[in-house]
Design a protein around this ligand. Structure first.
Ligand code: FMN
Length: 288
């Protein structure tokens, strides 16, 4: 798996990019990303569809920035586990794209009617009304499948940086909580092996909506199983679907353990309205 792309350097170099050159991604690269989406090697079943679509060079879809030609939508059911799997698999795709030199940005707030125009995917007009004043998918669990998040796929345009992007760049990107602050029980820190700490370090670098970093880590099986979830009752005033972000973080932790030579078992279940991921290296030895 670590042969797919260098894990740590890819995670370290990814940033949300909000300024793109208005040119299409090279054919060979976009085909490799599509192939990856078709046969993504994740250790659990999922129903997430990655739909690639083209957008016009206007600000209609993302509202604050012009869409580059290539984009991808992550489509799934809307229960906690399904949207969390969007996070895990979507981030895997985003990191693969990053390793090919393609910039991305998770978007939870985009103009849903414009997405539907560019990429018809909804099963009823009611689904359009469920968005938050037209932006993204905003209700909790509802019927049918729909785009949960979208991302541009393109080449970073350096000169196009707007003031807002510069502010976001200095205030949000790069800033992450320390591992200790993310442990449900901070006393656990001293009991963690170097390999687990390595995986949690990649986990804490995951992107999250408004950089909220709502994930918390706990342990089972004598610190050989990591659980990742948001605190019970967690709510964010602007972002309605933090279970997506939890899946993104779980993907980073899983990749961190793969990078250390493990083949972790991965499960996700719903508990108190939250997706709870368990990533375990209990039943294995390091590959030599
Ligand atoms: C699930 C999710 C949804 C997001 N939605 C938006 C969005 O609607 N608009 C936006 O500008 N950025 C959005 N972001 C990007 C975050 O602001 C960004 O990931 C965070 O500030 C950390 O910065 P970094 O990705 O550069 O490390 C989203 C990120 C995630 C993970």
């Amino acid at each position: 798996m670590s042969k797919l792309f260098p894990i740590k350097s890819t995670i370290d170099s990814r940033r949300s990019v909000r300024s793109y050159k208005m040119i299409p991604v090279d054919d060979e690269i976009i085909e490799s990303i599509k192939d990856f989406a078709k046969s993504m090697p994740v250790p659990f079943d999922h129903n997430v569809e990655f739909r690639f679509f083209n957008a016009d060079p206007t600000k209609t879809l993302y509202t604050v920035m012009k869409s580059p030609p290539n984009n991808v939508a992550f489509i799934a059911e809307t229960d906690a586990v399904s949207i969390s799997k969007v996070g895990f698999t979507g981030e895997f795709l985003i990191l693969f794209a990053q390793s090919k030199g393609i910039s991305t940005c998770w978007y939870g707030h985009y103009k849903l009617s414009e997405l539907e125009r560019l990429m018809p995917h909804l099963q009823s007009t009611d689904q359009l009304k469920e968005s938050n004043m037209g932006y993204g998918y905003s209700k909790g669990e509802t019927t049918g499948r729909r785009a949960i998040c979208i991302s541009p796929l393109g080449y970073y345009e350096d000169r196009g940086l707007r003031l807002m992007d510069r502010i976001t760049k200095t205030t949000s990107s790069f800033k992450r909580k320390e591992i200790k602050e993310l442990l449900e029980n901070s006393d656990d820190y001293d009991k963690l092996s170097d390999d687990i700490l390595y995986a949690l370090d990649l986990g804490r670098k995951a992107p999250s909506a408004a950089n909220s970093q709502m994930w918390r880590f706990a342990f089972e099986d004598n610190f050989k199983t990591i659980t990742i979830s948001m605190p019970v009752g967690y709510k964010h005033f602007k972002w309605e679907h933090p279970n997506v972000d939890i899946g993104i973080c779980a993907c980073h932790v899983w990749l961190g353990l793969i990078d250390k030579g493990y083949n972790p078992a991965v499960t996700v279940n719903e508990d108190s309205g939250r997706a709870v991921w368990k990533i375990s290296i209990l039943r294995q030895r390091l590959a030599i």
